[in-house]
Each structure stands twice: as C-alpha cells, then as structure tokens.
Ligand binder design. Structure first.
Ligand code: NAD
Length: 354
C-alpha cells in the first residue's frame, strides 16, 4: 500500500426519493428561519415546491441563477437577500444555481443547503468558479463546501435524457481523473470505481427510458460519489482542457466534458496503466480496453462528439493548444504541444478516441 493522506469533507448528505420533504427537519437542525431559495428561470416551479414544503416560510425566491456565476447576478441576489432578511440559502438546481449559493454563502457566512438536480457534482466540492468582466476565476476554500446536501431522485426525473447523458459523463470524468490524481487515496479510489460503475450502467438505461426511477436513483448515487472525488483530490489534463475550451470558446459545460473525456484519457493512458485497468473493469462494454469502453458508452448515449457542433471554429484549435500548453500543471504525462493539438483537433472533429 502506498502512503496517502485523507481529508474527508464534512458535509451532511440526505439521499433518497421524496427527501425534499425532509427539508423542514434540516432547517430546524441548522436553527434558521428565513432561507433564500435560489434557482434558474427554468426551475422556478421546483423553487416554488421548496417554498411549499416550508409552508411559505422563506425569505424569498431569487430565480436568476445563470451559467458561470457572473458576479453582477451575485450582487443582485445579495442585495435581495439583505432586503428580505435571509439567514440561509437553499439552492435547487444544477452547478449554475449551486455556484450562486456558494457565492452568496462565502460572502455572507450564511449556511447553504443544496438540492442538486443534475449530476455535475458541485454540491460536494469546496470550489467556486465566478465570472467578472468576461473572465472566469476559480478558487477553493473549505468554507465554500455546502453544509447540507439533499439528493432527491424525484427532482432529477425532469432532467431531459440528452442532458442526463452529458451531465452523467461529466460526473464520470471527475472519478476517472481521481483514479490517477497525485493525491488520491484508497477511499477516493473506491468511490471513483463505484461511481463510474453506477453511472456507466444507469446512463444508457436513462437514455432509453428517462422515467426509470431505479436508473435515475443509481445515476444520482454515482453522481454523489463522483462529486466527492472532484471535491477531494486534484484534477489533471481532462478538467484543465475542458476549462480552457469552455471558458475561451464559450462551449457548453457538460457537452464539452463528454466530447473530451475519451481523448484526454487516451492521452494519459501510457502513463497510468493501473487506472486504465480499473476503469476498464468499471465500464460494462470495455472488453478490457478502457478507451473502447468509453467510446461504446458515448455511442449508447447518442451524444454529439465534435466540438465543431457546439460552435468551436477550426482556427480555434491552435489557440486552444497554445493556451493548454502555456499554463503548466501536474499531469501524469507531460503536456506536449503537438500531441495536445492533435487531441484537440480530434475532439473538434468528433472522431472517436484511439
Ligand atoms: P446547469 O446548472 O447550468 O443547468 C443547465 C440547465 O438545466 C439549466 O437551465 C437548469 O435550470 C436545467 N436543469 C437542471 N436540472 C434540471 C432538472 N432536473 N430538470 C429540468 N431542468 C433542469 O448545468 P450543470 O451542468 O449542472 O452545471 C454547470 C455549471 O456548474 C458550470 O458553470 C460549471 O462550471 C459548474 N460546476 C462547478 C463545479 C464546482 O465544483 N464548482 C462542479 C461542476 C460544475
């Protein structure tokens, strides 16, 4: 056994079907009375259900959460929170809404209850990405980690099949990079394998039958485990590339993760034989070949694989390669421009990973 360090994140997790009904108990537990409920404009009805479950006892609903957590929206939400006398925040939604909850909580110290409705995993991390003047900056602070997370499978039933597929692969990406993180440990390793296994079997079922409660439940369980991996150990080339591509060319978050994943893992494969073996074992159709397993999974999920389909231009390939190599970071394989450019070209074109 290699030496390791392990720091469990202290958040409380409530998981199940219908668990939104447990929200009043969680509010009592935190000894708060006036939570501000956050959502996107698309999820106002779920924010309303939160208010109903709390019998109207909320400071208000702020439904302007949006991608990349722009600071001007955070300022507006803070102003509303102060005016309404909010003593806590509840975010119901995906990474965008949870990001706003984190941004408010870290500025005010208000307790944050998260009710995630996608598989992105932000609820399990002490990480916050915020955008100001078109620039996205990411920071990590233990105080950013939400104190309570309520996973209610029922709230994920409305996540459209295509979004479920890419959001789920986004989660798998956290686990795969955790397998070879420099600071990984046996607990995170187990979570990464179990999370990948759960999502890789549940996602194709969800695409075939989005109303399968058992598949949804397994996927959300996997998302929790994968989010814990993201919140606990360092990420490498895959996450850095997605950050560069998403931020520089305004590409959609989960779809970018999905297109990049097999290519990023294929790039690292020669240097991570143990992780590749573990990944192959966790993917149902791998036949002992992890990259093949990822390619088959994406085929089954019927997802778009080319970043050109999301508006990235061919001339952006060189720009992306320059940014990726100009910002050195730890990765199991050295970041070299020529193979990185070829990786980005293949992702842009939507060719399967080799
Ligand atoms: P999202 O939160 O942007 O949601 C996408 C859309 O789906 C929104 O319109 C939302 O309202 C809708 N939606 C969400 N759940 C739904 C449901 N159950 N039914 C119907 N519609 C639903 O998407 P996301 O992929 O969850 O989050 C992406 C953002 O989160 C990015 O900005 C990313 O950087 C951030 N993120 C941060 C971390 C972190 O640790 N800080 C981790 C993962 C993602």
């Amino acid at each position: 056994m290699d030496a390791f360090e392990y720091n469990p994140n202290p958040g409380r997790v409530v998981f199940g079907s219908g668990t939104l009904q447990k929200l009043p108990e969680e509010i009592t537990r935190l000894q708060v009375k006036a939570p501000l409920v956050l959502s996107t404009p698309q999820q106002v009805s779920q924010a309303e259900s939160v208010k109903n479950v709390l019998k109207g006892q909320v400071a208000g609903i702020f439904s302007e959460a949006t991608m990349h957590t722009p600071t001007h929206i955070t300022e507006k939400a803070l102003e509303y929170a102060r005016a309404q006398g909010a003593d806590s925040v509840i975010s119901i939604g995906g990474g965008s809404t949870i990001g706003l909850g984190k941004a408010i909580s870290i500025r005010t110290g208000l307790p944050h209850i998260c009710i995630p409705t996608t598989y992105a995993g932000s609820e399990m991390t002490p990480i916050l990405g915020e955008t100001a003047d078109g620039l996205k900056k990411t920071r990590s602070d233990p105080k950013i980690l939400p104190g309570t997370v309520i996973y209610d499978v029922d709230l994920t039933m409305t996540l459209p099949a295509a979004m479920s597929a890419t959001s789920g692969v986004n989660a798998i990406a956290h686990a795969v990079e955790a397998l070879y993180a420099r600071n990984t440990n046996p607990i995170i390793n187990m979570m990464a394998i179990e999370g990948t296994r759960a999502l890789a079997s549940a996602l194709p079922e969800i695409v075939e039958n989005p109303s399968s409660q058992s598949a949804r439940s397994k996927a959300l369980y996997g998302a929790w485990l994968c989010g814990t991996c993201l919140g606990s150990v360092g990420m490498s080339i895959h996450h850095k590339l997605c950050h560069t591509l998403g931020g520089s060319f305004n590409l959609p978050h989960a779809e970018t993760h999905t297109a990049v994943l097999p290519h990023a893992i294929s790039y690292n494969a020669p240097n991570i034989p143990e992780a590749i073996k573990q990944l192959a074992d966790a993917l149902p159709d791998s036949n002992g070949d992890a990259i093949h397993g990822l390619n088959v999974l994406l085929e089954k999920l019927k997802v778009k694989r080319g970043l050109k389909d999301f508006g990235m231009k061919e001339e952006d390939i060189d720009k992306a390669a320059d940014i990726a190599v100009s910002n050195p970071y730890w990765n199991p394989r050295a970041i070299e421009r020529a193979p990185i450019r070829e990786l980005i070209r293949r992702v842009w074109a939507g060719e399967p990973a080799k």
